[in-house]
Design a protein around this ligand. Sequence first.
Ligand SMILES: NC(=O)C1=CN([C@@H]2O[C@H](COP(=O)(O)OP(=O)(O)OC[C@H]3O[C@@H](n4cnc5c(N)ncnc54)[C@H](O)[C@@H]3O)[C@@H](O)[C@H]2O)C=CC1
Ligand SMILES: O=C(CO)COP(=O)(O)O
Length: 487
Amino acid sequence: MDEVMQSAVERDSARRAAGERGCVPRRRDRAQGWVVSSASRVVAFVPLTAPSAMPCAAPPSRAWRRRAQRCARSCSDSGSGIWTMAACVACDVRRPRGSCRSGPNAAGMRACRRQSSGGLRMGLSSSAENWDMLTLPVRNLDEVARTKVVVAGGGSFGTAMANQFAMNGYPVTLFVRKAHVAEEINTQHRNMTFFPDFELPENITATCDPVEAFADAKLVVHAIPVQVTRAFLVEHQQHFPKNVPILCTSKGLEVRELKLMCDLIPEMVGRSHPVAYLSGPSFAREMMQSLPTAVVVASKDHRFAQRLAAMLSSPSFRVFTSKDVVGLEVAGATKNVVAIAAGICEGLGLGMNSMAALVTRGCSEMRRLAVEKGGSAVTLAGLSGVGDTFLTCFGPLSRNRTVGVRLGKGESLEEILATSREVAEGVETASALVRWLARGRQNSNIYASRACVKYPILFGVAAILEGRITPNEGMQQLLAMPPREED
Ligand SMILES: NC(=O)C1=CN([C@@H]2O[C@H](COP(=O)(O)OP(=O)(O)OC[C@H]3O[C@@H](n4cnc5c(N)ncnc54)[C@H](O)[C@@H]3O)[C@@H](O)[C@H]2O)C=CC1
Ligand SMILES: O=C(CO)COP(=O)(O)O
C-alpha cells in the first residue's frame, strides 16, 4: 500500500511525466480506474473517482488491486453504482486498513444510502444533498457506455473535451469538417493537426457525416468558434435529436447580432433543448496532459449543470456549477480582449507593474460589464472570471495573449491572423463588445460614447485592432486618463 500512497509531489510528477510522454488513460481497469500507459509499460493507475479524491501515481500493487476489486464487487452486489465503487476504491487507497464496511466513513455511507438509494460519498468533503442527481449518469458502466456524447468541432478544445468524456467511459463521436482528420482519429487515434503527440482513447470516433454524428446523441458538446456558430447551427441543427441537451464551450460575442452564446444557441435550436455553458481556466493542451484543471458549468437548470459536472469530473478535472449563465458568458467573452491587452503590454516591454495594473483594471471592466448585463460580481471573482483572465493574460499557451504580444512587437493584425492556425476569439469579440456597449450610437461615434470612458481597456483594444491607434498610443491614452476613485 505504501507504494501506492506516494507523496503529493511524487504523484504530481508521475502524472506530469505521463502527460509529457503523450500517455493517456487507455482502458478501464477491473478495479474501476484507468491504466495510464505508454506503448511499452504502465505509467500510472488513476482510480475512477469523485472529484476531490486523489489519484495514485504508481501502478497498483497486486494486494491493492485485489482489495479494490473485492471492494468494488461488494458495492456492485449491493447495487450502489459505479461512483460508490470509485469512492470505495479511493477510500481504500487512502485508508489501508479500511474497507467498505468497517472504514471510518461507514456512518456517512449509511447516511448517503438513506439519502439517495445507493449514492455514496465515502471520504469526500462536500455534502451529499445532491448526490442522487450526481450519480445518475454514471450509475453503472452499461449506462455510461450507452450515453453517446457528440462533440461538434475537432479543434483543440473539442478534442480535449472529447478526451475528457471518453476517459470517463462515454462513447464519443467527434463531428469534424475534414475527412482526413476523421480518418486519422479513427485509424491512428490521434488528432494530427492539434495534438499529434497524444493518443486518444479508443472510444473516440470521428465523422464528417452529420447524420451519422448526431444520431442517438444523448449530449451535444458545442466547440465551434463563436463567429461561425450561427451558420453551423443553421446547417446542422436539423440533425440534432429532439430536445438533446447541449453543452457550449465557446467564448465570445457574436459580431453579426451582438449576441452571447447563451442568447444565440437557444434562439437557434429552440427553447426545448436544455443548454449549459462551460468556462474557466482550461487550456486544452493541459487538459490533454491530465494536469489538474477546474472549470464551471453554468445553466439555469441547476440539476442539468450538476449532471454534467458528474459526467465530466475526474481526478484531474474539477467541475463547479453555477446558475449565473450571463456572468459566466460575459466573463468568457471579455477575458479574451483583456488578454490581448496584456499581450500588447508584454510585447511593448512595459514591465510587470503595468501588466498587473492593466489586468486588474481589465477585471474591473469585466465585472462592471457583467453586472450591467445582469450577471453576478461573485461569478466574476471566480474561475470563469478572474481565474480564466489570469490564465489567459499570463499563460504562454493563450492564443489571445499571443495576438497581443505580436501586435505589441509591431506585427500587423493581418500578418498575425494569416499565420495563426487556431481561433483567437478576442479579436472579433473586441469590436462586437464596443458596439454592444455603445448601443444606439452610429459606428463613427462609438469612440465618443460615455462607455468609452467607463471601459477604456476594452475600447482601447478594439481601437488598436481596428487600426485607429497604435499599441503605443493605446497605452499612452490609458496612462493619460484623469485620476478617479478606484472601483
Ligand atoms: N483551446 C482552448 O484552450 C480553449 C478554447 N475554448 C473555446 O472553444 C472554442 C473552440 O476553440 P478551439 O477548439 O480552441 O478552436 P480551434 O481553432 O482549435 O478549432 C476550431 C474548430 O472549429 C472548426 N470550425 C471552424 N469553422 C467551422 C464551421 N463553419 N463549421 C464547422 N466547424 C468549424 C475548425 O475546423 C476547428 O476544428 C472557442 O470559442 C474557444 O474560445 C475554451 C476553452 C479553452
Ligand atoms: O479560454 C482559454 C482557456 O481557458 C483559451 O484561451 P485562448 O483562446 O486565448 O488560448
